[in-house]
Design a protein around this ligand. Sequence first.
Ligand SMILES: [Zn+2]
Length: 186
Amino acid sequence: MGTDSSGYLNKRLLKLQVGFLLSEGPGNSRAIPIHIPQRLNVDQDLYLESLSGNLTLTRTKEGILVQGTLRVHHLRECDRCLENYVHEFTVPLAELFAAPPDPNKCVFSVDSNGEIDLGHLLREEVIIEESYRAVCRDNCRGLSAESGVNLNCESDTAIDDSQDLGSYAAYDPRLSILKRLLDEKG
Ligand SMILES: [Zn+2]
């Protein structure tokens, strides 16, 4: 159940029927909860592991205004260590879907079936968010230039000999003075 990584939900899920809102007239709005806890094909080659959040659709004179924030889980490859990791982030949305379509003013529009497709919009926002961040964690150590081994998997047990307390004390001049005083009393 739900563990088949080849299975995913269709991007049809990101099409919202807004015909009812168009007929209600300007000023009306609806809260639309988005909860897709499964792998989803958003648009073209973009898949998300999950998508959730709340959107508010508002009927304006120009069309349908989509506002809200969606939380995204996206499986990516780390630029440094090349391991897959899940990138989690939020995407703020504020976009007008024109009705009727107005290519001169608006990239997005309500289609002839009274639907808006969040897929293209979401894809654009994800690409922008991810254009400057592709490491699995801030301190990712990447791959060894010599062996190609993932340095995150290397153990941290190698201890620097210079930190050994015994040899440190031997070089502390205060200890040698103390020793001389003790010797003179003895
Ligand atoms: Zn990494």
